[in-house]
Ligand binder design. Structure first.
Ligand code: SF4
Ligand code: SF4
Length: 315
């Protein structure tokens, strides 16, 4: 962190896009409060400006010029916030995901997303894994995972690099989950273990069971289930994974608070969970009622452990 002349703290950031669909970028760009302008031009939090130096989707530069910007950002003495978006392919030497041509190597040699992410992570002052692919592997690591995609946490673990990663999952993540996590870190410092859940997510956004927040919960208890898309009633019979999913979607809602999956008639797919998508698919297939966990709270108000749903062949 360094100070601007007018007393605003400047926080350099590098946004590295790996094996991803760009949906996480689009979701964050759609943020309403704060807006994209607040995020990268004005102040994300009072007195704090995120100096987003490298973001391939929205930066004007491309090719060699963009890579020079990245190299300069990487050498910043004050360190930088690294945002990783997407999973990291490791099979076949990582060649399923090339990041750029390596300048110092022989002509045609490439560096991979996996190598580049580890290089950037080594010097980062903080790392945010944005989206379920970066946080847990997500769609890109779905079985049989021929490209050997892993999350940034797993890549760091395999490389023996000890760096804390804040997971902000979602397919895509709500923009507030990202900007709120970064703003809180700027104002109050990096979250401690007490601020994160077992899956490395900020409890502020992911600390409660979606099923507990759902306006259709009463219909679940009364066994009033929708039998087809568009019908009123709880969507459990249509494959809703809300009973296993931790996120505040029912309260926060997407597109500036307009709606969310269940509100639009679609079952929750559990897109913020490490089990997405392998265990939560087929998306529209119900998980057996007998497998439903007990959903209760301890006296402390903490959620009890919710068992991971299992596929039939695992039971
Ligand atoms: S199963 Fe899904 S639709 Fe039904 S109450 Fe839970 S979260 Fe809501
Ligand atoms: S409702 Fe479920 S599938 Fe939809 S965004 Fe939230 S966690 Fe993801």
């Amino acid at each position: 962190m360094m100070e601007r002349s007018e007393g605003i703290a400047e926080h350099p950031a590098i946004w590295f896009q790996a094996s991803a669909c760009s949906g996480c970028v689009v979701s964050v760009l759609n943020g309403v409060a704060p807006t994209l302008r607040d995020l990268i031009v004005d102040q994300l939090a009072p007195g704090h400006h995120v100096n987003l130096r490298f973001q391939p989707t929205i930066m004007a530069a491309s090719g060699e010029v963009a890579l020079e910007v990245l190299a300069a950002a990487e050498e910043a003495k004050e360190g930088y916030l690294l945002v990783v978006d997407g999973a990291l392919p490791t099979a076949a030497g990582g060649l399923f995901g090339r990041a750029a041509r390596r300048r110092t190597a022989k002509k045609g040699a490439h560096t991979t997303m996996h190598e580049r992410a580890l290089e950037l992570a080594r010097n980062a002052s903080a790392i945010v894994a944005l989206g379920t692919c970066a946080a847990y592997g997500g769609m890109h690591a779905a079985a049989p995972n021929p490209s050997g995609c892993v999350s940034i946490s797993e890549a760091l673990r395999q490389a023996g690099i000890e760096k804390a990663v804040i997971n902000v999952p979602g397919c895509p993540p709500h923009p507030d989950w990202f900007t709120g996590t970064v703003a809180q870190a700027l104002l109050f410092g990096l979250p401690g273990p007490e601020d994160l859940d077992a899956a490395g997510r900020p409890k502020r956004f992911f600390g409660r069971l979606l099923h507990d927040l759902c306006p259709r919960r009463g219909e679940f208890e009364a066994h009033k289930f929708a039998k087809a898309a568009g019908e009123p009633g709880c969507l459990y019979e249509l494959g809703c994974k809300g009973p296993w999913t931790h996120a505040d979607c029912p309260e926060r809602q997407f597109n500036g608070g307009v709606n969310w999956c269940v509100g639009a008639g679609s079952p929750c797919h559990g897109c913020v969970e490490p089990f997405f998508p392998d265990i939560s698919c087929p998306i529209y297939k119900k998980i057996g009622l007998e497998e439903l966990p007990r959903i209760a709270r301890e006296e402390t108000g903490q959620l009890t452990a919710v068992p991971r749903p299992q596929r039939a062949e695992e039971v």
